[in-house]
Design a binder for this molecule. Structure first.
Ligand code: SF4
Length: 230
């Protein structure tokens, strides 16, 4: 049985995008209180071997044929980089002449072995969700020893040497990073990271929306400010 799962193909800037999850269940180095996938039973940051990759790659091959995808977006149940076959998966997609986009929360991009893997992707998305150390520990609950400073510098140093398109996704969370002071700090973080593109998002899951979500107007206002800054 395959470990992979897929979303329906959609069109983005004229390209057919196929999203693939390459983890059999949630594995992440964070345990965010608002995670749409639920709690992190498997809080890890070392490579894990799942079963043989051939079945998964065969299925991916068929999906690509069937959907005529142009871009494969590795968007997993947690941190995709911990699948120890991710380098093979990326190579497989690249050998088919397709574009690879990888979503990572970004912390592991500071480690050489993961940096090397991400460097093979055409596009990498890294994220930020809070801007104080206290909030990072409290609501993102990372592996012990992680710090927000290191998180930001891992992403910044990765992008300094990365030749692909680096997309930086900032999630605005009510009460955590939606005030003026936070927006200014986010601008400083954008300067440090120097991404090719910034995406501003908000908490969308129904169960967290009331407490942590921001309104359409606020999202529009903050997006305008942060996007014009990039
Ligand atoms: S980093 Fe993403 S996948 Fe990991 S716990 Fe947080 S929200 Fe969930």
């Amino acid at each position: 049985m395959s470990n992979f799962s897929y979303k329906d193909v959609y069109i983005e800037e004229g390209k057919r995008v196929l999203e693939v999850n390459i983890l059999p269940e949630k594995y992440c180095n964070f345990d965010c209180i608002f995670c749409p996938i639920g709690r992190s039973k498997n809080k890890v940051d070392s490579p894990i071997s799942f079963n043989e990759i051939d079945v998964d790659l065969n299925e991916l091959d068929n999906k690509i044929e069937e959907t005529k995808a142009d871009l494969i977006f590795i968007n997993s149940k947690g941190e995709a980089l911990i699948n120890n076959k991710i380098d093979k998966i990326i190579r497989f997609i690249k050998n088919k002449g397709l574009i690879v986009r990888l979503l990572s929360n970004g912390y592991l991009l500071g480690k050489d072995e993961y940096k090397k893997i991400a460097n093979d992707c055409d596009e990498v998305i890294g994220e930020i969700k809070v801007i104080t150390e206290e909030d990072f520990q409290k609501i993102q609950r990372p592996i012990e020893g992680y710090t927000l400073d290191k998180y930001i510098s891992n992403v910044a140093l990765f992008n300094k040497q990365y030749n692909g398109k680096f997309i930086f996704e900032i999630t605005i969370i009510k009460g955590y990073n939606d005030d003026e002071k936070s927006i200014n700090e986010l601008k400083d973080i954008i300067t440090k990271i120097n991404p090719d593109k910034v995406i501003v998002s908000r908490i969308e899951e129904e169960i967290f929306k009331k407490k942590l979500g921001i309104s359409d107007e606020e999202l529009q206002k903050i997006s305008k400010e942060l996007l014009s800054y990039n």
